[in-house]
Ligand binder design. Structure first.
Ligand SMILES: Nc1nc2c(ncn2[C@@H]2O[C@H](COP(=O)(O)OP(=O)(O)OP(=O)(O)O)[C@@H](O)[C@H]2O)c(=O)[nH]1
Ligand SMILES: [Mg+2]
Length: 335
């Protein structure tokens, strides 16, 4: 870990220039390799991301979220085809919601999106939710940056909308699509407020099923009450993604929101917000990394936790001790 930090801190030493050139040149293999580095060794990836930063800033990132099985992959596939037919290069990142019980989602997505894998303008990648050292939203932001540097016009991030993690993932995107399906009409009230608030475009997929009108009415009612700080009124689109129905309308809605972003003074705000959250993620993982790499951190954590468990120390003082001691090296000996 310490070695990685040194590598990351020292400017462009020991960087694989061929890898960098490959990414900037848009080579899929290089892009895949760097994303693997971002996933497995975020600290080491920093040096590359730093070099790539000047090549970024053009990619439009779209987050797609919704309940398991809502049709996200099917819609993403259809959207990717539309962007492709307009000549754009598309990168798709499926943030895999695999529970400990099933390893099926990655494979399933690969199979469902197979129509795109042979297309040289579409890059598809799955990321596992577990095992991310630097936090998943940071990993997602880093991956978007890699795609951006590689010249992708659009990046689409698919994630199952269940928790705070997912809300943060889609916050790394410029536009967020929330998928709903008929038959969950009652649930719309109880849906996580966070998910409702992040939707710039709402898609009612599986509109071939009964109940599409009802969920649309409920959604409209809910959205009419919301007042977003940017005054954008989220658009609602009905789709049957598996048949391609409503996909052009969904594209139009995305275009409308993008146009709004580009014309509105809130655009700078959104970009600022994205960068603020990204910076916070970076600082968080850096501070945590520093703490955890301090000598005997594990032992001290355990000792202090035991003291708290035995009620000999309150957790706040324990946290003070843990952070102070780890930050101030060498530890004070006079006490
Ligand atoms: N009837 C109907 N089925 C659909 C529609 N869109 C997708 N499906 C089907 O719904 C199933 C799930 O679709 P996916 O695209 O894999 O859904 P997902 O949200 O990506 O699923 P996870 O990634 O596993 O959460 C597939 O069998 C699709 O063919 C639709 O509009 N109508
Ligand atoms: Mg999927």
């Amino acid at each position: 870990l310490a070695e990685n930090r040194i590598l990351a801190g020292s400017k462009s030493t020991g960087l694989n220039q061929e890898l960098l050139r490959g990414v900037v040149g848009g080579e899929f293999r290089a892009v895949a390799r760097l994303i693997t580095l971002v996933e497995n060794d975020p600290a080491a990836a920093i040096a590359y991301l730093r070099e790539l930063f000047p090549h970024t800033g053009r990619c439009f990132a779209i987050g797609v979220t919704g309940a398991p099985g809502a049709g996200k992959s099917t819609l993403v596939d259809a959207l990717a085809s539309s962007f492709r037919s307009q000549g754009g290069k598309v990168g798709i990142v499926a943030v895999d919601p695999t529970s400990p019980f099933s390893g099926g989602a990655i494979l399933g997505d690969r199979i469902r999106m197979q129509s795109r894998t042979t297309d040289s303008g579409t890059f598809i990648r799955s990321m596992a939710t577990r095992g991310h050292l630097g936090g998943l939203s940071r990993a997602t932001a880093d991956v978007i940056q890699v795609l951006d540097a590689a010249g992708f016009d659009v990046a689409i991030i698919e994630t199952v909308g269940v928790g705070q993690d997912e809300v943060e993932i889609v916050r790394t995107a410029h536009a967020t699509i929330v998928l709903l399906v008929p038959g969950m009409g009652d649930d719309i009230q109880t849906m996580k407020a966070g998910i409702m608030e992040i939707g710039d475009v709402f898609v009612i997929n599986k509109s071939d099923r009964p109940g599409a009108e009802r969920i649309e009415a409920e959604l409209d009612a809910l959205l009419s009450m919301s007042n977003r700080p940017d005054n954008w009124t989220p658009l609602v689109v009905r789709t049957v993604a598996s048949e391609g129905l409503g996909v052009p309308e969904c594209m139009n809605a995305i275009r409308a929101y993008r146009g709004f972003l580009e014309s509105s003074c809130f655009q700078a705000n959104r970009v600022l917000q994205i960068q603020k959250e990204r910076l916070l993620e970076l600082v968080k993982s850096r501070v945590m990394g520093d703490l955890a790499s301090a000598p005997e951190f594990g032992t001290r954590l355990e000792d202090l936790a035991r003291l708290v468990a035995e009620r000999k120390l309150d957790p706040f003082s324990a946290a003070d001790l843990l952070t102070e001691r780890s930050c101030r090296i060498p530890p004070s000996r006079e006490g």
